[in-house]
Ligand binder design. Structure first.
Ligand code: LMR
Length: 395
């Protein structure tokens, strides 16, 4: 039976990790997978996470099954984190399940959409996270794209995006990135969000918002602007969140899938389907990551410490953006890279060709996705000169 299979290429993002780890060059740089790194290139465990883990270790008294919903305390805290003081939390319309990471949340959402309408069409931005199409396709959804990033002008194709989304069907789903667009770093501003929300209300499509980077753009509140506005105005929406980046819990696999229905009864029905989907895939989510997050968010002291640690990560990434722009300029490069400093979150496209990306990898041991997406957190004061020089040399 296995003989029917053909080998597949490594994942375009995760495959880079293996290549990078094998490379013996001492000056190699990893700008591939979206993980936060500190100045020394290390992805450390946040101090608030360490403290929460110690607390859990001392107080946890059972390992009994948690159930397909996951931790109720975690689900509540995630709701408050995303929606803040929003009235939606008082309306008995929000139903959340804890999931194995943001990817798990998206896969559950995809299966749920398939139950609402088998083969439903989901519109994703062009470009979008490389895994979206595979995730949605695996659930039998039809994936179509709407214009988003303007590669020439390093900005948004906002008018084209609006025009395209005005033609989608009322029973289609539109995927939007809440903030820190992956892979382009190009976010909707508040005014643009208002127009998209107007359109969602007018056309009646279901928004699916992917929020994997809350707190990595402008701040926890600012990054939730679009999600909150959408929740104000539409009757139904789906939200997928992740604690991989903002809590640095990557390998713990913790995120959440939230369904908002038009009323309590509809939401209860939707929730029963969601639980059935979960049972059919992985029965129930792992509990450890959720326990850490609910401990942090449930304690004034740990929550404060988390705000501070998150701000350190955000500020370092923003600083790296300007640093790279300045250093490339110092190399005498004429091409304008200042757009990198205007974009948000973990990623930007350098805007170089696949051949140049390959040269950077083969000749300089600098690793990035083939589209020239770079993970900004991989830049540091100690590698930026080498990086800028290498970029200049392949241009
Ligand atoms: C990324 O885009 O690099 C991250 O979201 C990690 C992943 O799973 O692809």
């Amino acid at each position: 039976m296995f003989g029917n299979l053909s080998a597949l290429p490594a994942d375009p993002i995760l495959g880079l990790l293996t290549k990078y780890r094998k490379d013996p060059n001492p000056v190699k740089i990893d700008l591939g997978v979206g993980v936060y790194k500190d100045e020394s290139g290390h992805t450390a465990i946040l101090d608030c996470v360490k403290r929460a883990e110690k607390f859990r270790l001392d107080t946890e008294d059972t390992k009994v099954y948690i159930g397909p919903t996951g931790s109720a305390a975690f689900n509540d805290e995630m709701g408050k984190l995303v929606f803040g003081e929003h009235k939606i939390l008082e309306q008995d319309r929000v139903r959340t399940v804890s999931t194995p990471g943001g990817t798990g949340a998206l896969r559950v959402a995809a299966e749920f959409i398939g139950r609402c309408k088998p083969g439903a069409t989901i519109w994703v931005s062009d470009p979008t996270w490389a895994n979206h199409a595979q995730l949605f396709g695996a659930a039998g959804l039809t994936v179509k794209t709407y214009p988003y990033y303007d590669y020439d002008n390093k900005t948004l194709k906002f008018d084209e995006m609006l025009a395209s989304l005005s033609h989608v069907q009322a029973d289609d789903v539109v995927l939007l990135h809440a903030c820190c667009h992956n892979p382009s770093g190009m976010d909707l501003n508040n005014e643009q969000w208002q127009k998209i929300v107007d359109l969602a209300e007018y056309v009646g499509f279901t928004p699916l918002i992917d929020m994997a980077y809350q707190g990595f753009g402008d701040g926890l509140e600012e990054d939730a602007y679009g999600v909150r506005l959408m929740a104000d105005r539409v009757q139904e929406m789906i939200l997928c969140t992740s604690c991989s980046k903002n809590f640095g819990l990557y390998r713990e696999r913790i995120g959440a899938c939230t369904i908002i229905g038009k009323d309590g009864v509809t939401s209860d029905i939707a929730s029963s389907v969601l639980l059935n989907v979960v049972r059919g895939i992985y029965s129930m989510p792992p509990a450890h990551g959720a326990a850490i997050v609910e401990t942090i968010l449930g304690s004034d002291e740990l929550r404060q410490q988390w705000y501070e640690e998150l701000a350190v990560m955000r500020n370092r990434i923003n600083g790296n953006r300007q640093l790279l722009v300045d250093k490339i300029k110092e190399q005498g490069v004429e091409r304008d890279f200042s757009f990198i400093a205007r974009q948000k979150g973990m990623f930007s496209f350098l805007g170089i060709t696949p051949e140049q990306v390959e040269q950077l990898q083969n000749k300089h041991s600098i690793y990035m996705v083939g589209s020239s997406r770079i993970s900004i957190a991989g830049i540091s004061n100690s590698n930026v000169d080498y990086l800028a020089k290498s970029i200049a040399s392949v241009l």
